[in-house]
Design a protein around this ligand. Structure first.
Ligand SMILES: C[S@@+](CC[C@H](N)C(=O)[O-])C[C@H]1O[C@@H](n2cnc3c(N)ncnc32)[C@H](O)[C@@H]1O
Length: 234
């Protein structure tokens, strides 16, 4: 009987560990835990993700270029990690504009700096060690805000989205992701169905909101800030 109880406790603890650390990457244990987990795994992040220029052209570069409404685009990447968005945009060479890429993990940013410097020593991308909330930029500063595979790991994803919307200029584009795999509902209040995501962004005043297939784990979410800005809910 005692043996069975011990086994049960071990199984419950193993499930809790898997849910809290592996699956949801520490998000229910607080911001510090998330950032620490990214700090200690930063050195193997790119190997785990196995980004290739061919895939990233289709997944990241082409959608961004298709949405750029002007040649000189001011782009903010929130939760840039090892610099996926700036790195592949620079490598492709067609993007013209300024990129500010921020992340709360210093180690992830160090890897971003390293790969950007290798690719182009005078890359002109500004990397910021900075939280997603609040964003240290004035209203309407950016033509485009990207935030890929990041929302569900933020302490308050709704506050983060509101900040992204705030710093977009009227007519600017938000490009983000919605977790869509079988583990997505394990993020509890951070999980949104497709319609839920559309409703959330519309409630923040965004228009032309679409949720498209992207990866097996994520949908791509695109939205536009209207030229005349309605009052969005805070
Ligand atoms: C799954 S990674 C995605 C990285 C990158 N966007 C990509 O697609 O490869 C999530 C990123 O969010 C960052 N992050 C977590 N909490 C954050 C916060 N509060 N503020 C800013 N970035 C945060 C992590 O450090 C990590 O680099």
């Amino acid at each position: 009987m005692n043996g069975l109880l011990v086994l049960l406790i071990i199984v419950v603890l193993a499930i809790l560990y898997w849910w809290l650390i592996i699956s949801t990457e520490g998000v229910f244990l607080g911001r510090r835990m998330v950032v620490w987990l990214y700090d200690i795994t930063a050195h193997k992040y790119d190997d785990i993700k196995e980004y290739t220029p061919e895939d990233e052209k289709i997944l990241v570069v082409d959608p961004i270029l298709a949405l750029c409404q002007q040649t000189e685009t001011a782009l903010l990447d929130v939760g840039t990690g090892t610099g996926r968005v700036p790195y592949f945009l620079l490598q492709d060479g067609r993007f013209q504009g300024d990129i500010i890429a921020l992340d709360a993990s210093a180690k992830m940013l160090a890897h971003a700096e390293e790969s950007l410097a290798l690719h182009s020593p005078t890359h002109g991308v500004t990397l910021l060690h900075q939280d997603a909330v609040p964003l240290p930029f004035e209203d309407g500063r950016f033509d485009m805000v990207t935030s890929l595979e990041t929302l569900e790991f933020l302490p308050d994803h709704k506050a983060a989205l509101r900040e992204m919307v705030r710093v977009l200029r009227p007519g600017g584009i938000l490009l983000t992701t919605r977790r869509a795999d079988w583990e997505a509902p394990l993020f509890l209040n951070r999980y949104h169905s497709k319609n839920g995501m559309i409703a959330l962004l519309r409630a923040m005043g965004m228009i032309d909101v679409t949720v498209q297939p992207w990866l097996t784990t994520y949908n791509l979410v695109i939205a536009r800030k209207p030229i005349s800005v309605p009052q969005y809910s805070r």
